[in-house]
Each structure stands twice: as C-alpha cells, then as structure tokens.
Design a protein around this ligand. Structure first.
Ligand code: NDP
Length: 287
C-alpha cells in the first residue's frame, strides 16, 4: 500500500505512515456512528494507522467510536490521545489517561499529548506525570500540541523534557506560519511534527485551491484533486504526519492516495508562488 513508502521516523526510531486519521467531531451524532466506524476501518485497511483523538472530542465519545472501530484490531493502530491542560497535573493525569484507555477499550496509548499549554500548572509537573505513565506502560511515549517555538525550547530545558516525541500543530497550505521557525527548529531537533486540520477543516481552503489555476494545473498533472495536492504538500519533507479527518469513504480513500503523490521541486516552487512562505515570525495559528 501507498503509505508503506511514505514513513516518518519518531525519535525512538518507530516508523509511522505520513498520513493518519483525525477524529474530532466523531461520536457527536449517534446516527453517524456506523459511518465513522466504517471510515476508520477503511483508513486502517489502507494503512492510515495513526489515529488521533482527545478526551475533549465529543466529551469522550470520539474515543468510544475508536474503541469500537478497533475491536480485535487494536494492535494494527498507533493510538494518539490528548489530555486537557486542566487534567495534566501529575495528580490528575493518571485518572484522565485511565478514563481515555477505558473508552478506547485498550490498556495502552501509543502516544499521549498535552492538548495545549494552558495555565493551570507547571510544565515540569506535567512532564513528571507523563513520565510516570510511560514507566507504568500506560503510554508508550508522549508529546505536546499547540506549542510554539519558545514553548518547545522551554520544554527541552526541563528535566526529561527531551523525551517529547512530537508537537501537533495546525498546518495546511492556507496556514503555513510554522514554516518560518517552528518547523525548521523541529527538523534540527529531529523531532517530527503532526499537522492537524491539514485540509483546513474542509472549508474555504477547498474553494481557494480549486479556484487556483496553478494548483489546478499541478493537480491535473498528477491526476489528483487539488485537496490531495494540499495534503501531499504537508507531508513533502517526510518529517510531518498529517491527520485528516474523513467520514466519507471517498474522502478516506482520497486521503490515503495522497501519499502516492510526489511533488517535484518545480511543483513546490509554483506552490510557493501562490501560497507564499512566511517572511517573518507569525504567532502559532490555533483552532
Ligand atoms: P481536516 O482538515 O481534517 O478536515 C476535515 C473535513 O474535511 C471534514 O469535513 C471532512 O469531511 C473533509 N474532508 C476529508 N477528506 C476530504 C477530501 N479528500 N476531500 C474533501 N473533503 C474532505 O479538519 P480537522 O479539524 O478534523 O483536523 C484533522 C484532525 O486533527 C482532527 O480530526 C483532530 O484529530 C486533529 N485536530 C487537533 C487539534 C489540536 O488542537 N491538537 C485541533 C484540530 C484538529 P467528511 O468528514 O464528511 O469526510
């Protein structure tokens, strides 16, 4: 399958396919649950085994949908969940993690992320809590989300902060501020990133792309859709894992197929002309 050839190494050497699956908004409508389960299973069949969720999504319902989708298939998936900042103190984090595990019907997470920085406690305390969970085997590794460059630098200064395996941030063609400093910093550290909302949440980015002659031309050349070009662009350097969310089987298949698109240097130059690189520091875009 296409994704076998497009992998991203984690700091511990684990290779992950560069396109995974997001699940925000899954589990919010009972009548959509069967479709969501099916979509996740199709994605898994196609090799998109990184499945991203959070205790926040649908107040735990997204994790429950995944738990059902992974019935007897847990070992095939690389499960990522996230803890709310207000649960991320060393006192609460174990309970939050155990609740996620129960909803996901598993006894370990492959990755546990601090959802965003928040103000409720010290980063030291959170890292201590994450490390304790890792030592107990409840999580295999941990990372952060929505951290800008100064936050990452601060994290690496504290005890065991360097065990951080990834930083999950907003990244798509319409929002590429991190190309200025955060992404180069991650490259230097050899710490991969995860790109959330890589399709711009399916909103105005689609019309921006389909109305753009350059993107249309590149898409036609690759016999692909403009949105697939956008997805292929996010994973172009083999150090970013994109996690598009799809409920329609067509979308899921298109997203997996985007991993087969190899954008040439000329394609990338043309893309830079219509969606320019940032020329100065931009504050991290957050949803
Ligand atoms: P995405 O950018 O993944 O867009 C999802 C939307 O795009 C859905 O409406 C989906 O429709 C549609 N879509 C999917 N594939 C296609 C396609 N091939 N063609 C056309 N439309 C398509 O948005 P998300 O915000 O969901 O981001 C992805 C994931 O990132 C989240 O689900 C979540 O796991 C994570 N995330 C993390 C955040 C954080 O703070 N760490 C914040 C936001 C997201 P349909 O469902 O109908 O198929």
């Amino acid at each position: 399958n296409a994704l076998h050839n497009r992998t991203v190494p984690l700091p511990d050497g684990t290779l992950l396919p560069s396109i995974g699956q997001g699940t925000w908004k899954m589990g919010e409508h009972p009548d959509k649950k069967a479709d969501e389960i099916k979509a996740l299973q199709i994605g898994l069949d196609l090799g998109m085994n990184v499945i991203d969720t959070a205790e926040m999504y649908g107040d735990g319902q997204s994790e429950r949908v995944i738990g059902e989708a992974l019935h007897q298939r847990r070992d095939e998936a690389f499960l990522v969940s996230k803890v709310y900042p207000h649960n991320a103190g060393s006192g609460n984090i174990r309970t939050a993690c155990e609740n996620s595990l129960r909803r996901l019907r598993t006894d370990y997470l492959d990755m546990y992320l601090l959802h965003w920085r928040g103000f409720s406690g010290s980063l030291e305390d959170t890292v201590e809590g994450l490390e304790a969970l890792r030592e107990e085997g409840k999580i295999s590794r941990w990372g952060v989300s929505n951290f800008d460059t100064p936050d990452m630098k601060e994290l690496l200064e504290i005890k065991n902060g360097s065990h951080c395996a990834t930083n999950q941030v907003l990244y798509h063609l319409g929002s590429r501020g991190i190309d200025y400093d955060l992404r180069p910093w991650h490259r230097e550290q050899q710490m991969p990133m995860m790109a959330y909302s890589p399709l711009g949440q399916g909103g105005s980015l689609i019309s921006q792309l389909t109305n753009n002659l350059t993107i249309k031309e590149i898409a036609e050349k690759h016999e692909a859709k403009p949105l697939q070009i956008a997805l292929a662009w996010t994973i172009r350097t083999n150090d970013v894992i994109a996690i598009p969310k799809g409920t329609s089987p067509t979308h899921v298949i298109e997203n997996a197929e985007a991993a087969t698109i190899e954008l040439s240097a000329a394609d990338l130059e043309k893309i830079d002309e219509v969606f320019p690189k940032p020329e100065q520091k931009m504050p991290l875009d957050i949803i």
